[in-house]
Design a protein around this ligand. Structure first.
Ligand SMILES: NC(=O)c1ccc[n+]([C@@H]2O[C@H](COP(=O)([O-])OP(=O)(O)OC[C@H]3O[C@@H](n4cnc5c(N)ncnc54)[C@H](OP(=O)(O)O)[C@@H]3O)[C@@H](O)[C@H]2O)c1
Length: 396
């Protein structure tokens, strides 16, 4: 197992001390960077990005390259097959090569979850990061009731403290590391007080197993309650030009509490990249087949957004995917999107979005055009939507 370099050991001691004191580790950190996007000497340019870019931005207590990478893969055809949630597939060795290329391009934030596979995405990421582990920020998630031995889904959520501890030990093994940089609760467990979850993550921080934690699609009061027990580092919610819900309350809350924000499905599940037409029908096994905004009665109206993205992409000499990612990173200096891809050319294209910026006038104009396009259809199917924005039960 790869050991962290000296400065990371010092950082771990700092985190452990901060955790024991019950304060935000980044408040103690003497070497904290100024808030906002920071640009070091290298820059990313051109369609393919620049190898080993050192651009960084602040994500709560972390500092990462402004574009991350989502690793949400499931078993595909044959023993080596790898599928995404949509229509793309690859194989294990190509997936590992893609992850290593991402590291070479300068990507530092990798996002996965126990339930992606289950286990498979963490295993592939762990294998790919051998030898480069200390250059990246590994984020993963717990929270669904997955049998730790078989990977079988036994029920909905499970954030009971003893289960979290068991999951983390499995994750450390699969990721071939001795610490998880950022561990999210995937969905709030309606049976477990968030104080118990945050307390468990605080214990894991003291042990050095989990350096920071986050919440995905939490209720607002749950964030405040968790933060009072042990500082929340990052919130991960769906956010893109296709779904702007977090702007009303979640982003202001992040700003107030100093929490970083990671938008999931930043490309609108491929829609904003221009891979869908009004006539597209999604096959069985493609998650988008369950999503109301992609249904045949909604798609034709929603294509107005794709046309807007395409027009702005031409104007900015970018691709639609790059335009959609750059719009997100322009919203706040502490937002880091995690586009998912199985495709090397798409990876390189997405990484290069880090070099695109907007003037204030451009953003105002683009936002006005976006606001004039109503999106038809819910962002998720009713049962999946019901698990978002949940408030944890009170601690008695
Ligand atoms: N916290 C949560 O509950 C939650 C939920 C969903 C997702 N996530 C995380 O968010 C990550 C990203 O979300 P996502 O994969 O659902 O959606 P996404 O990133 O919005 O879109 C992914 C889709 O876009 C395509 N794509 C990517 N780059 C492209 C490009 N440059 N040009 C054209 N097509 C492109 C991909 O296909 P190709 O493979 O062909 O490129 C794939 O079909 C996931 O990997 C996961 O880590 C978290």
């Amino acid at each position: 197992m790869e050991r962290p370099p000296r400065e990371q050991i010092d950082r771990r001691q700092l985190l452990t001390a901060a955790s024991a004191l019950g304060v935000a580790p980044w408040l103690l950190s003497a070497c904290a960077a100024p808030s906002g996007a920071t640009r070091a000497s290298a820059s990313v340019s051109g369609q393919a990005g620049a190898a080993g870019s050192t651009i960084r931005r602040r994500l709560g207590p972390l500092q990462v390259f402004p574009i991350g990478l989502g690793v949400q893969w499931h078993p595909g055809r044959g023993p080596q097959g790898v599928n995404d949630l949509y229509a793309s597939s690859t194989d294990r060795s190509a997936a590992i090569a893609l992850l290593r290329r991402a590291v070479d391009l300068g990507v530092t934030l990798f996002d996965t979850a126990e339930v992606y596979g289950p286990f498979m995405s963490e295993e592939i990421l762990g294998e790919a990061l051998q030898g480069v582990r200390n250059r990246v920020t590994v984020s993963t998630k717990f929270g669904f009731d997955v049998d730790p031995r078989t990977g079988e889904r036994r029920g909905a959520q499970n954030s009971r403290p003893e289960h979290i501890r068991q999951v983390v030990d499995g994750q450390l093994r699969r990721l071939r590391t001795d610490r998880i940089d950022l561990l999210y609760q995937h969905r709030v467990d309606p049976q477990v007080p968030i104080e118990d979850v945050a307390g468990t993550l605080k214990d894991l921080a003291v042990q050095g197993k989990v350096l920071h934690y986050g919440l995905s699609e939490p209720g607002l009061q749950t964030v405040r309650r968790a933060h009072a027990v042990h500082p929340v580092a990052v919130i991960q919610n769906e956010y893109s030009m296709l779904w702007r819900g977090p702007e009303a309350q979640v982003l202001p809350l992040c700003e107030e509490l100093g929490i970083g924000f990671v938008p999931w499905s930043p490309l609108g599940m491929g829609f904003l990249a221009g891979t869908v037409s009004a006539r597209t029908r999604f096959g069985e096994g493609d998650f988008r087949a369950t999503v109301p905004r992609f249904a045949p009665d909604a798609l034709p109206a929603n294509m107005a957004l794709v046309r807007l993205v395409q027009a702005w992409a031409r104007r900015k000499n970018a691709t639609p995917a790059q335009l959609a990612l750059a719009w997100l990173t322009a919203r706040k200096p502490w937002i880091v999107p995690i586009p998912g891809t199985t495709n090397l050319a798409h990876l390189e294209e997405n990484v290069a979005a880090a070099s695109i910026s907007f003037s204030a006038a451009e953003l105002t104009e683009l936002d006005a055009s976006l606001a004039a396009i109503p999106i038809r259809g819910e962002r998720l199917s009713p049962p999946v939507l019901a698990a978002t924005g949940v408030e944890a039960p009170p601690k008695r």
